[in-house]
Design a protein around this ligand. Structure first.
Ligand SMILES: *[C@@H]1O[C@H](CO)[C@@H](O)[C@H](O)[C@H]1NC(C)=O
Ligand SMILES: *[C@@H]1O[C@H](CO)[C@@H](O)[C@H](O)[C@H]1NC(C)=O
Ligand SMILES: *[C@@H]1O[C@H](CO)[C@@H](O)[C@H](O)[C@H]1NC(C)=O
Ligand SMILES: *[C@@H]1O[C@H](CO)[C@@H](O)[C@H](O)[C@H]1NC(C)=O
Ligand SMILES: *[C@@H]1O[C@H](CO)[C@@H](O)[C@H](O)[C@H]1NC(C)=O
Ligand SMILES: *[C@@H]1O[C@H](CO)[C@@H](O)[C@H](O)[C@H]1NC(C)=O
Ligand SMILES: *[C@@H]1O[C@H](CO)[C@@H](O)[C@H](O)[C@H]1NC(C)=O
Ligand SMILES: *[C@@H]1O[C@H](CO)[C@@H](O)[C@H](O)[C@H]1NC(C)=O
Ligand SMILES: *[C@@H]1O[C@H](CO)[C@@H](O)[C@H](O)[C@H]1NC(C)=O
Length: 400
């Protein structure tokens, strides 16, 4: 049953409001169109609305302007369309999980939620929000949908965003400007191209399985930036100057041939470039001076140039399948054993090492313990994809 608090017209008149119906139940459930229609006289629903497992076909929640609690639909295999022509905001979480027949979501006024958590919506193909899109959200997870575009998600400054296992998603021109906790992109459509033309700073980013990514305006990564198992051939962060707290890591990017950070001066955590077998030269870091953690450069490269480096706090491990004897002697001159001491941790370097791409291997002579110097980052999302955490030697404590 619904409980409505109807402001008496006389009170509404005196306080200058039109008579507003506040439906104050803690929990409202919808199992049928009729249940949804019963909400049409509510302007505000104070509690949580749950769409039950037996709701089927089309459900329209028309009338309410806001839901203060959550809007939840889980384990429903019969709902095909969910719509609202009135709802502008959801104060809590908009949660839909395992709603497997849903193809269309049309909420033509919705622009604000606190959390959007959508998982296993394997047929969801069309999403419509307010004209300007969903502009306010702290946390967005879009996982295992049939979406081919994220244009409706126009939030610019969320805390967290995770976009994973959306097999039809091959392009995302993101309007993100800042992101204060973590962005994860993994296992989406083959060939996914992402662009972040307006992104200026981001706390953490973990990017996997993308074919192109651009970050022309990015200046600062507060935490860590990680690229694992991507397909791009080039990566460039033309405006980025530093990480404040964490790592830069490129691991197992099979096509990567050029990495360029022309303005980067400081990596506060670890610096890992490993198992990117097409990368012949690590020479895109002309200004890099300070590395607060460990350095791990492993691969098939023949050239390593870090002309400005003058303070590496952690271990320094270089290993290549090629002959890099010249590189080894050059960096040995910076080591604390016999060199200038710019490299404070253990220095190891090996040429012609057939295991050079094995990130976890000690190679022929390297000491793996220096990794303790690199900062580790704990990620909060649990991904449905098996991550090869082990491939990230410096992430001993990571939980994804
Ligand atoms: C919807 O179904 C659930 C579970 O069967 C039940 O608890 C709830 O009261 C139903 N809601 C309505 C409005 O009938
Ligand atoms: C998904 O929902 C269906 C009902 O549509 C249910 O039978 C199934 O057990 C749910 N799957 C999971 C993993 O909860
Ligand atoms: C990230 O760094 C930028 C630039 O220094 C700063 O404005 C922003 O507040 C930082 N964000 C977080 C979450 O630390
Ligand atoms: C990076 O992510 C981790 C884990 O979510 C978090 O603890 C840390 O605060 C984030 N870094 C920043 C600068 O927000
Ligand atoms: C690069 O950063 C500077 C500030 O450091 C800013 O003025 C400039 O607009 C940025 N360039 C791009 C392409 O965003
Ligand atoms: C996608 O990335 C994950 C995590 O880095 C990796 O384990 C997986 O092999 C990649 N898949 C493909 C097809 O590259
Ligand atoms: C690598 O990329 C940078 C920036 O895009 C470019 O200036 C440079 O010429 C490229 N290097 C090679 C060898 O292609
Ligand atoms: C990288 O080196 C390994 C080991 O020598 C070799 O098997 C592989 O073919 C090389 N890859 C490239 C792209 O050169
Ligand atoms: C190197 O990366 C490739 C993907 O590019 C992966 O298949 C392979 O297992 C990795 N090798 C090692 C030794 O980690």
């Amino acid at each position: 049953m619904l409980t409505k608090t109807i402001l008496p017209a006389i009170v509404a008149f005196h306080i200058g409001l039109s008579a507003a119906d506040v439906c104050s139940d803690d929990e409202v459930s919808i199992n049928s169109s009729a249940d949804a229609e019963a909400l049409s006289s509510c302007d505000t629903i104070e509690g949580t609305v749950t769409i039950g497992t037996q709701a089927s076909g089309e459900i329209s929640i028309d009338g309410p302007d806001s839901i203060d609690g959550d809007l939840i639909c889980e384990d429903n295999g019969a709902l095909t369309t969910l719509s609202s022509s009135s709802l502008t905001s959801i104060g809590g979480s908009f949660t839909m999980r395992n709603v497997t027949a849903l193809t269309t979501l049309t909420m033509s006024k919705l622009s604000s939620v606190t959390t959007l958590d959508w998982q296993t919506l394997a047929r969801l193909e069309t999403v419509t929000f307010a004209d300007e899109g969903l502009t306010e959200a702290d946390t967005i997870r879009i996982s295992d949908t049939f979406l081919s575009t994220l244009n409706a998600f126009s939030v610019t400054s969320p805390k967290k965003m995770e976009i994973d296992n959306n097999r039809r998603l091959t392009e995302w021109d993101s309007g993100l400007e800042t992101l204060s906790d973590e962005l994860v992109i993994t296992a989406n459509g083959f060939g996914l191209q992402v662009s972040f033309p307006d992104l200026v700073w981001i706390a953490n980013m973990t990017i996997s399985n993308v074919s192109d990514i651009t970050v022309p305006s990015l200046e600062v990564v507060n935490g860590s930036m990680r690229f694992d198992s991507n397909f791009f051939t080039d990566f460039s962060a033309p405006n980025m100057t530093n990480t404040q707290d964490g790592d830069i890591s490129f691991t197992g990017n099979s096509g990567l041939a050029n990495v360029s950070f022309p303005l980067l001066t400081t990596v506060a955590g670890g610096f890992t470039i490993a198992n990117n077998t097409k990368l012949e030269a690590i020479d895109g870091f002309p200004e890099l001076k300070t590395i607060g953690g460990a350095v791990k450069l492993r691969g098939n490269f023949t050239t390593v140039e870090l002309p400005s480096v003058n303070d590496v706090k952690g271990a320094f491990d270089i290993s290549s399948t090629s002959n890099i004897d010249d590189v080894c002697s050059e960096f040995e001159d910076l080591s604390s054993s016999g060199g200038s001491g710019k490299i404070q941790g253990t220095f190891t370097c090996s040429s012609n090492n057939e295991n050079a791409n094995d990130v976890n291997s000690d190679g022929s002579s390297s000491g793996g313990d220096g990794d303790d110097e690199s900062s580790s980052v704990v990620f909060g999302f649990s991904l449905p994809v098996a991550f090869s955490i082990a491939a990230l030697g410096c992430l001993a404590q990571a939980v994804m």
